[in-house]
Design a protein around this ligand. Structure first.
Ligand code: ADP
Ligand code: MG
Length: 335
């Protein structure tokens, strides 16, 4: 029996560095993604090739330590196999239409597609997302949040997803017909595992050690924090949560001008308060926002290179990828 599993990538419209403090995010699953095709085998190896990486993986199961596996991309597969306590073999291929390492969550897409191909339960969305988050943390040694995995699993065509990362409640928010979401690469590669992501996360945790949950903190509370970098990080999180909720309201009202304004304000906050932007990302956002018909633009993903997302009138942006809000990950089995 041949199994085909597909998982989308995602673009985060607004809400960066809020997911690891239990706040709000507004991503959408996109019509670019990862496909894993293969068969269960009698031996105890997971063998996969990828059209993105010439190094094939030959992973003995059960997996002992996903973080040591070579080649590095196989660690994601090993993380999933370890979480599933897999003890049967699988041979197959991975193909992707996503730009890898660019902030469109090729890693969560790979994890979820692999998990489904290797036998994870497709019906329990929340557990599937949490399992893939744990797999990524074990594989890459990055304390990533759950937004990517949940967005990839819960995608809904034509909708963005307002996610409360404390309760994991997902509310689909319809996207107006007369806008385009465009993703443009800054030209700067980005790899979460080697970026100062963990250090920025630590700033937010230091703020929470002083104030308690940033989700319920006010700007008055934030001003009590003595350390200026921790204070600025907290300011970003508190104002970003407000922008996410305001952007979801504006989307529901079809007010794309307001959504765009909030996106551009989010970029400024990521740049000034959290310091996760780069000159290339800033220049790209500046250029896009100055383009006729663009409502707003911001870096997307955790920063430190990668892509910018813009909200625009259809046809206004002539570079990058026009992405459409897509359904979530799924599975097909054939004899
Ligand atoms: P992003 O998730 O934004 O694309 P990450 O740095 O989180 O960036 O993940 C990128 C990593 O995921 C790659 O370096 C690679 O190890 C792995 N990866 C993702 N998709 C694939 C794929 N199709 N084939 C091989 N490796 C992949
Ligand atoms: Mg990723």
């Amino acid at each position: 029996m041949t199994t085909t599993a597909w998982a989308p990538g995602r673009v985060n419209l607004i809400g960066d560095h809020t997911d690891h403090t239990g706040g709000f995010v507004l991503p959408m699953a996109i019509d670019l993604g990862t496909t894993v095709v293969g068969n269960v085998t009698d031996d105890r190896f997971v063998r996969l090739s990828s059209d993105h990486d010439p190094a094939t993986i030959s992973l003995p199961v059960p997996v002992v330590d996903p973080a040591r596996f070579e080649p590095v991309w196989g660690r994601y597969v090993a993380g999933v196999a370890a979480e599933l306590e897999l003890s049967t073999g699988f041979t197959g291929t991975v193909t992707t239409t996503l730009p890898v390492g660019s902030g469109l969550s090729s890693s969560a897409s790979l994890l979820v597609a692999t998990a489904l191909a290797l036998g994870a339960d497709p019906s329990n969305h929340r557990e599937l997302a949490l399992m893939c988050q744990r797999a990524e943390q074990r594989a890459a040694g990055v304390p990533c949040g759950v937004m990517d995995h949940l967005a990839v699993v819960e995608g809904r065509a034509g909708h963005a997803l307002l996610i409360d990362t404390s309760s994991l409640h997902v509310e689909p928010v319809p996207l107006p017909d007369d806008v385009e979401v465009v993703v443009v690469h800054s030209g700067e590669p980005r790899r979460l595992a080697s970026s100062p992501y963990a250090e920025r996360r630590a700033r937010c945790e230091a703020a929470q050690a002083e104030l308690g949950s940033l989700r319920s903190a006010s700007l008055v509370d934030v001003e009590q924090i003595a350390d200026p970098t921790v204070r600025a990080a907290a300011r970003h999180v508190v104002t970003e949560n407000q922008r996410v909720l305001a952007a979801a309201d504006a989307l529901r009202d079809g007010d794309v001008i307001e959504v765009g304004r909030l996106m551009t304000a989010s970029h400024a906050s990521l740049r000034h308060d959290l310091d996760v932007s780069t000159p290339a990302l800033d220049a790209l956002v500046h250029r896009l926002v100055a383009t006729r018909g663009v409502y707003g633009a911001r870096l997307t993903g955790a920063g430190f290179g990668g892509c910018v997302v813009a909200l625009a009138r259809p046809g206004a942006v002539t570079e990058g990828w026009v992405v459409r809000a897509s359904g979530g990950a799924g599975l097909r089995r054939r004899r």
